[in-house]
Design a protein around this ligand. Structure first.
Ligand SMILES: [Fe+2]
Length: 437
């Protein structure tokens, strides 16, 4: 059980938290924001003759997006090297290759600036590369024990700018990088304010090429951040940090995160159908990118919870995409098991998702959130109908998934508004096998 930071934990010494804090990169958003990259770098103190590394993947080079970014940087007088080896759901080895490349090219000092361009994978490789070049050693030094050495990052390093090309992960503003550990079927996160970018530049013109399936799946991740952030513990029901520096990065919901959640749920749920069915609709794409950003500001500050906790063991074992795993698990977790934590709050979620709740009792209205969400997924027509459809998962796999969730995901379960035992987790996985026929 991971409720060590809860005021109701049996052995706490501190009172409830009274202070909240928001830390964000600079954020630049809008159509053709890429044209302001040079200005952004200069504003971060990078001189005109500086040499930077652009971390991305081959697909984004092939479709010409990387060339467009590079042209803007070169026009502003910057010299740029492209490393396009980022892999989907990147492993520690994948980041090691990038770090090796930097040290071969530029020595231990590395580049003058870093730019991560792409989906969450490219962004996490860029974040981790800058951190390890600046702090020295290798990736494993900064991964939690027992997988790694558990050392803390102490320096941020030269400016890092992140440009997402999907509307989903929120990695461009988050203080976390997620890496998979080959051969172990686990993922590990490096979580530190030193890994956070200095600036996020969000330009929706780069998102129109994302295929319908990936558009839908990344949107479900974004919607998950928004709803999980809206329904996690309030910050002042958690234990006060012993000093300001030790406040956890997922620190509970506040009036500010709730505002962002509300707007994100509205933007994402009312634009995702258009973005999936007509990818060239720049207005819908822009609303999705903004919704994903707002969802991340909310959820990745307040804290993602049970759904994300259960998604990692599934993704690790079956190599499913993060977004589709979140999509499949949300009905049974956030909008199922968690409803009992605060039904009134879920009535609000149901209404934000567009459900009609007039004349219904509180509990019935709260359950409409799940129905409305499932209907949205069915409309998108590219989301698996449950864990079974996602990866052939059956009753036999549930015990392993439940025990992995409870054993390895306390960082996220701590944020869940209802306690979760291993038996509970098994029941919830069972519930998620089939979301619809
Ligand atoms: Fe996520």
């Amino acid at each position: 059980m991971g409720y060590d930071r809860s005021v109701s934990a049996p052995e706490h010494e501190l009172g409830p938290e009274t202070v909240w804090h928001l830390q964000m990169p600079q954020i630049r958003f809008g159509r053709d924001a890429v044209e302001e990259l040079g200005y952004q770098l200069a504003d971060l103190g990078v001189g005109g003759d500086a040499h930077g590394l652009l971390v991305t993947d081959e697909t984004l080079v092939d479709i010409g997006h990387v060339g467009r970014v590079r042209d803007h940087l070169e026009d502003a007088g910057y010299d740029v090297t492209v490393w396009d080896g980022a892999e989907r759901e990147p492993s520690i080895e994948n980041v090691d290759h990038c770090i090796e490349f930097v040290r071969e090219q530029e020595g231990d000092a590395g580049y003058d600036f870093y730019l991560g361009f792409g989906g969450g994978s490219c962004i996490d490789v860029a974040k981790t590369t800058r951190a390890v070049i600046e702090n020295g050693g290798q990736v494993l030094d900064y991964i939690a024990e027992p997988t790694g050495e558990g050392e803390a990052l102490t320096e941020s390093g030269p400016p890092l700018i992140l440009m997402p090309t999907t509307a989903g992960t929120g990695a461009e503003i988050s203080p976390v990088a997620i890496l998979s550990v080959e051969d172990q079927e686990i993922k590990e996160g490096i979580s530190s304010n030193h890994i956070r970018a200095d600036a996020a530049v969000l330009d929706p013109t780069f998102t129109t090429t994302l295929p319908p399936e990936m558009t839908a799946k990344t949107a479900m991740d974004a919607l998950g951040h928004a709803i999980e952030g809206y329904t996690t513990h309030p910050f002042d029901s958690l234990l006060r940090a012993s000093d300001p520096g030790s406040r956890p990065v997922y620190a509970g919901r506040t009036g500010l995160t709730e505002m962002f959640s509300e707007k994100a749920i509205d933007l994402l749920s009312s634009n995702v159908r258009t973005a999936v069915h007509n990818g060239d609709d720049l207005e819908a794409r822009s609303a999705m990118l903004k919704g994903a950003l707002f969802g991340a500001i909310a959820g990745l500050t307040a804290g993602a919870s049970l759904c994300h906790a259960m998604a990692y063991p599934v993704g690790n074992r079956y190599h499913t995409y993060h977004g589709e795993t979140i999509a499949v698990l949300t009905p049974a977790t956030t909008l199922g098991y968690n409803v009992a934590s605060d039904p009134e709050r879920f009535v609000a979620v149901a209404e934000m998702l567009g459900a009609e709740t007039d004349g219904l009792g509180t509990r019935e209205a709260a359950d409409r959130a799940r129905q409305e969400y499932v209907r949205l997924q069915q409309d998108l027509n590219v989301i698996p109908s449950g864990l079974n459809d996602l990866a052939g998962i059956t009753e036999e796999d549930i015990d392993w998934l439940a025990s992995q969730t409870v054993e390895t995901q306390q960082r996220l379960l701590r944020c869940n508004p209802r306690p979760v035992t291993e038996d509970d987790a098994a029941d919830i996985f069972r519930d998620a096998l089939y979301n619809w026929e």
